[in-house]
Design a protein around this ligand. Structure first.
Ligand SMILES: [Zn+2]
Length: 366
């Protein structure tokens, strides 16, 4: 072997050694060392060399010396070509193996980062998530349930389930910090609510009140029906950077399925009779709706002053669907300290963090 060929082989071996550096602990046995390949290799080239030697033997004696030198060069070149091809193949093989190891590492990493029991994964009613039906794949065994902290927390919602992608990529997400709004004469919100029966469910994310129907909200010529209302602590939306102690979200749906949420910010003060009726009917078990034997008139929840802020946003829970009309009442409603503390015992913190406004227009009653 010539010196240059030896250098070439050494360089190839070094590049192989670098390419073969493991990313993490390799789960498979490491590939055989390259030296073994080099040693096991020269069969093809020896055949070619033998032919050349036979030809050379027939040549006249005077030409033999120069011919021998040329033969040696050809042999070196052939060996180098063969080796280069084999090294290229080996590199492809090693790269594939590395990719597989990396993928396996990512998979096992995800499993350790997101343990299965981040949240009780008991089945929920379809009325969860602001009236939207739960996605079919949500409660598969081993799927991490969304929550407000830890591995199932808001930063990971999009990663937990493909339909939640808007939680991360959406540009009209809720809640927001309401500021820099435009003061105009907003259309009055007309409420046609009536006394009706209700059921209460603790769905693992909040306390929710489901209503039988027949309560309507009219705004800007559109009619929405009240589906359910629920609570967050502290309030998800902020006004000029400040949140309230709690918020009630009254979720309405129009005939096309478009959502409109009326948000009532809550401050500590006088006890609220409607909320007391809800607390009186809190179910003893999660995910089991408790039908109340009394009725409630939701209209009594609302403040006297109907001025409000409005903007477009999303559900504040997975799947974070957008196109939701938000109306936040300026005047807060009161709950007693005791009523607030009852909810706080069940849900001390169930508010999604503030989302970027992304240049959204916010209008406010003048
Ligand atoms: Zn809500």
């Amino acid at each position: 072997m010539s010196k240059s060929f030896f250098l070439f082989v050494s360089a190839c071996l070094m590049s192989l050694a670098l390419a073969n550096e493991p990313i993490s602990k390799p789960s498979k046995p490491s590939p055989p060392k390259e030296g073994e390949h080099v040693a096991a290799e020269p069969k093809a080239e020896s055949k070619a060399a033998a032919k050349e030697e036979q030809k050379a033997a027939k040549e006249p004696k005077g030409k033999l010396d120069s011919k021998a030198a040329e033969l040696a060069r050809i042999k070196d070149a052939q060996a180098a070509d063969d080796l280069a091809a084999k090294i290229a193949d080996k590199l492809v093989e090693i790269r594939k193996e590395k990719e597989e190891v990396a993928k396996a590492a990512v998979r096992s990493g995800t499993r350790t980062a997101l343990p299965r029991h981040a949240h009780p994964s008991t089945p929920e009613k379809s009325t969860d998530k602001h009236g939207e039906k739960a996605s079919p794949g949500e409660h598969k065994a081993g799927v991490i349930h969304w929550s407000y902290e830890g591995d199932g927390g808001p930063a990971n919602w999009a990663k937990l389930d493909a339909p939640n992608s808007l939680c991360e990529s959406g540009l009209r997400q809720s809640p927001i910090d309401i500021r820099d709004s435009i003061r105009v004469n907003l259309d009055a919100i007309e409420l046609n609510y009536k006394s009706q029966s209700f059921s209460v469910i603790d769905n693992g994310h909040t306390i929710q009140v489901n209503l039988s129907g027949g309560n309507y909200l009219n705004v800007s010529g559109k009619t929405y029906e009240l589906v359910q209302f629920h609570f967050h602590r502290p309030s998800e939306e902020r006004i000029n950077g400040r949140n309230a102690e709690m918020v009630m979200h009254l979720v309405h749906k129009d005939r096309d399925g478009k959502l409109a949420v009326l948000a009532l910010l809550i401050v500590a003060g006088q006890p609220n009779a409607i909320v007391q009726s809800v607390w009186n009917n809190l179910p003893l078990e999660k995910n089991e709706a408790a039908q109340a034997i009394v009725k409630i008139d939701v209209a009594q929840l609302l403040p006297k002053n109907r001025d409000y802020y409005t903007y477009m946003g999303s559900l504040t829970t997975p799947p974070c669907s957008e196109g939701v009309l938000w109306m936040v009442m300026k005047e807060m409603v009161e709950l007693s300290e005791e009523q607030i503390s009852i909810f706080a015992r069940l849900y001390p913190m169930n508010a999604r963090p503030i989302q970027k406004p992304n240049g959204r227009l916010i209008k406010e009653s003048k």
